[in-house]
Design a protein around this ligand. Structure first.
Ligand code: DHB
Ligand code: FE
Length: 291
């Protein structure tokens, strides 16, 4: 049976790709941010996941405003990226686990999540930057990939957006699907983006430390406390792009066991964002593990 070993939350700001390409990880601006990944690297080296289920939001590379699914799941053996115009190196293609994708899609549709199924899907910076942060060098080298991915895309771009409750339930459905997946895989759930930020409009540059702290506190053991915020309250409290926290909520939903925070780093600013990095352990309930 697949085991959900834990979760990782990380920003996906494109300029990180440029900092990596220019070797600026130790510059004063970047060091406090990149230091937050030391723990991520040691945890991944120790726990060795086979698959990453990545909850992220596309920013116009694969989907555009003309046709925009609320939830889309990749079902491909390989995902390509492309130049989005940020001036950062384009990731090499990333291997997918199509069998696992179809298992997740089957369960999601059974659970009344009528997702868009993508046998071809370009992945943007919201997926490739986190990969480059979690496994340094992996998007640009020819080393073997440490993981295969299943991309799970959530609309955070065009209203109406799904609610925090809905994103959490989507993650729950995927968590339950993983528990019944026969192959003995070790799976990490990843949620990308956030935390508070707003890129445009009168509140451009907005961040909200207090609300971010509340989100990071509650998401560990009391994620249900966060679903009381409507999407419009979330925009007000965390900025129009802070809604990327939906990806974190879906990641947390996929952790169906007992969850502990193993590390947390929070740093302002990285570009226009409050950047958070967190690792969560997921201890499956004893009864379930034996099933
Ligand atoms: C920035 C933040 C994002 O979430 C994104 O997708 C692109 C850019 C930024 O702060 O630069
Ligand atoms: Fe973004």
């Amino acid at each position: 049976m697949a085991t959900i070993i834990g979760g990782i939350g990380t920003t996906h700001v494109p300029s990180i790709g440029k900092a990596i390409a220019d070797g600026k990880q130790s510059d004063p601006y970047w060091r406090p941010f990149f230091k937050g990944f030391d723990y991520v690297h040691s945890w991944l080296a120790r726990t060795k996941p086979d698959v990453a289920v990545v909850f992220y939001n596309d920013h116009g590379l694969n989907f555009f405003l003309d046709k925009l699914p609320t939830f889309a799941v990749g079902a491909s053996a390989e995902y390509r990226s492309a130049d989005e115009g940020w001036g950062i190196p384009v990731s090499r293609p990333v291997p997918g686990d199509a069998d696992l994708s179809w298992h997740l899609i089957n369960t999601l549709v059974e659970d009344e999540f009528d997702v868009t199924m993508c046998q071809e899907m370009l992945i943007d910076h919201a997926l490739t930057i986190p990969l480059a942060l979690m496994w340094p060098g992996i998007t640009s080298s020819d080393a073997p990939w440490p993981v295969k991915i299943v991309p799970v895309e959530i609309n955070t771009v065009q209203h109406p957006l799904p609610s925090l409750a809905r994103a959490f339930k989507l993650g729950r459905s995927i968590g339950r699907a993983l528990e019944t997946y026969r192959p003995d895989l070790r799976v990490v759930a990843v949620g990308t983006g956030g935390l508070s930020h707003q890129l445009d409009g009168a509140r451009a540059g907005f961040v909200n430390k207090e609300f971010d702290a509340l989100c990071l506190d509650k998401i560990v053991a009391e994620p249900e406390a966060l679903v009381r915020y409507s999407i419009h309250e979330l925009v007000e409290l965390s900025g129009s792009q802070g809604v990327e926290f939906l990806n974190w909520m879906a990641m947390r939903g996929a952790l169906t066991g007992e969850v502990r925070e193993l590390s947390r780093n929070y740093h302002i600013p990285i570009s226009n964002t409050a950047a958070a990095t967190a690792v969560y352990a997921n201890q499956a309930a004893a009864g379930r593990k034996a099933a």
